[in-house]
Design a protein around this ligand. Structure first.
Ligand code: PLP
Length: 384
C-alpha cells in the first residue's frame, strides 16, 4: 500500500519544516539539561524551554507558569482524571464525562469507577452534542471534576465549552477539556472558556510526537493534583523526568506557527471540505455526513456510505490515507463508540470513513479524492 494523498491529519500531522529546523540544534549542539542550569549548556536549554512555554501559553491565552510539559495528551488526560480525584479525595469522589470522549479519558473514568468512585457519563444527541441541562443536572456536592473534550477526533464536532465552563464555575466544579483536536485549529482561550485544566498534543498541530502539555489554572481557583510521575521535581513537581528539550522546542514553534496561520488555514480548509462534501453528495446517494449541521472544526468530515463497509472501503481506496472508525484501535472491528453514541445504527457506523484535511492538503488532493471515493463506493455497492 503506497498512499499518496494523506487525509488522516486527525491521527497525526507531519512536522512543519520550520519546526524541524528549530529542533535540530537541540540534539547534539545545545544538549544541556535545563535542570542543571549552573552552566551555559543547561542555561541555554532552560531558556529554550521557557520560550516554548511562552509560545504555547500565548496560543491559549494562559500564563506561562500554567503550562506543564508532558509526553502528550494521553498523559495529560491521565494526570487530570487520576490526579484530581486523588488530590481532592476529601471533597468528594464524583466525576462527570461524556460517552464520546477519547479512550484515554474513558479508560481513566472506568478505572475511577472500579476504584469505587462515582461516575456519570453524559450522552450526546444525534448531532454529537451534550445538553447543558444534562450537565447542570449531573452535578452534586460530591462532584469534583467535569471532563468534556472540546473537539471530537472522529467527527470534528465542537462542544459548547464556554457554556459548560460557566456552569462548572458557578457550581465550584473543576472543568477539564481534552483540546487535542481543537488547539491550532480554532481559537482557544482559557479565560473566556472558563476551563481549569486543558490537555494539548504537539503531534496534532504539526509538532513532533511524544510531547504535549497540561494547562492548569494558577489563580481563582488554583488547581492542584497528585502527580502521576514523581522524581526530580521538574515542572514544579507536577511531572518529574528530564525534559525532552528538542521536542518541547519544536512544540513551541508549532504553537507559534499555528497562531500565525490559524485564520488563513481555517478558511481554506472550510472551503476545501465544503467542496469535498458537495462533490461526494452530488454523485452518491445514501450517504450521511455525520454531525453535518453541528459546529465542526475546519477540515474534518466523517461520512457514512450505506451499503459499504468502512474498513473495506478504506482498503479499496488505494493511494489515499484515511481512517475508518477510531484510528487509535484499528485492529478493532467493533463500530466506533463515538458514532454509536450519536445514534448511528450498526451498519451506518461500520460504513463510516473519516477524512481529515490539513495544512498540506491541496485542491488537487481533494479532486483526486472525490473521484476516487465515488468510483470505489459505486464499485463496492454493485458487488454486493
Ligand atoms: C490524539 C488525541 C489524544 C492523544 O494524544 P497523544 O498526544 O497522542 O497522547 C487525546 N485526545 C484526543 C481528542 C486526541 O485526538
Amino acid at each position: 500500500m503506497n498512499s499518496k494523498v494523506y487525509l488522516d491529519h486527525n491521527a497525526t500531522t507531519p512536522v512543519d519544516s520550520r519546526v524541524l529546523d528549530v529542533m535540530l540544534p537541540y540534539f547534539s549542539e545545545h544538549y544541556g539539561n535545563p535542570a542543571n542550569n549552573t552552566h551555559s549548556f543547561g542555561k541555554r536549554a532552560e531558556n529554550a524551554i521557557e520560550k516554548s512555554r511562552e509560545q504555547l501559553s500565548r496560543l491559549i491565552g494562559a500564563n506561562p507558569r500554567e503550562i506543564f510539559f508532558t509526553s502528550g495528551a494521553t498523559e495529560s488526560n491521565n494526570m487530570v482524571l487520576k490526579g484530581i480525584p486523588s488530590f481532592y479525595e476529601h471533597k468528594g469522589n464524583h466525576i462527570v464525562s461524556v460517552t464520546t470522549e477519547h479512550k484515554s479519558v474513558l479508560c481513566c473514568c472506568e478505572l475511577h469507577k472500579k476504584n469505587v468512585g462515582k461516575l456519570t457519563l453524559l450522552d450526546v444527541d444525534n448531532f454529537g452534542l451534550i445538553k447543558t441541562n444534562d450537565v447542570e443536572e449531573s452535578l452534586s456536592d460530591e462532584t469534583l471534576l467535569l471532563s468534556v473534550m472540546m473537539v471530537n477526533n472522529e467527527t470534528g464536532v465542537i462542544q459548547p465549552i464556554e457554556k459548560i465552563g460557566k456552569i462548572c464555575r458557578a457550581h465550584g466544579v473543576l472543568f477539564h477539556s481534552d483540546a487535542a483536536q481543537a488547539i491550532g485549529k480554532i481559537p482557544f482561550n482559557v479565560e473566556s472558556m472558563m476551563v481549569d485544566l486543558v490537555s494539548i498534543s504537539s503531534h496534532k498541530m504539526y509538532g513532533p510526537k511524544g510531547v504535549g502539555a497540561l494547562y492548569m489554572k494558577k489563580n481563582k481557583p488554583r488547581v492542584h493534583l497528585t502527580p502521576l510521575i514523581d522524581g526530580g521535581g521538574q515542572e514544579d513537581g507536577i511531572r518529574s523526568g528530564t525534559l525532552n528539550v528538542p521536542a518541547i522546542v519544536g512544540f513551541g514553534e508549532a504553537a507559534q506557527i499555528a497562531m500565525e496561520r490559524l485564520k488563513e488555514d481555517g478558511l481554506r480548509l472550510i472551503a476545501q471540505r465544503e467542496h469535498f462534501e458537495q462533490g461526494i453528495s452530488d454523485q452518491l446517494s445514501n450517504i450521511n455526513i455525520i454531525g453535518y449541521t453541528s459546529r465542526r472544526v475546519p477540515g474534518t468530515t466523517n461520512i457514512s456510505f450505506s451499503g459499504c463497509n468502512g474498513q473495506n472501503l478504506v482498503k479499496e481506496l488505494k493511494g489515499l490515507a484515511v481512517s475508518s472508525g477510531s484510528a487509535c484501535n484499528t485492529s478493532n472491528v467493533e463500530p466506533s463508540h463515538v458514532l454509536t453514541s450519536m445514534g448511528l445504527d450498526y451498519d451506518s457506523a461500520m460504513g463510516a470513513v473519516r477524512f481529515s484535511l490539513g495544512r498540506d492538503t491541496t485542491d488537487a488532493d481533494i479532486e483526486f479524492t472525490i473521484g476516487h471515493v465515488i468510483e470505489t463506493v459505486k464499485k463496492l455497492r454493485t458487488s454486493i
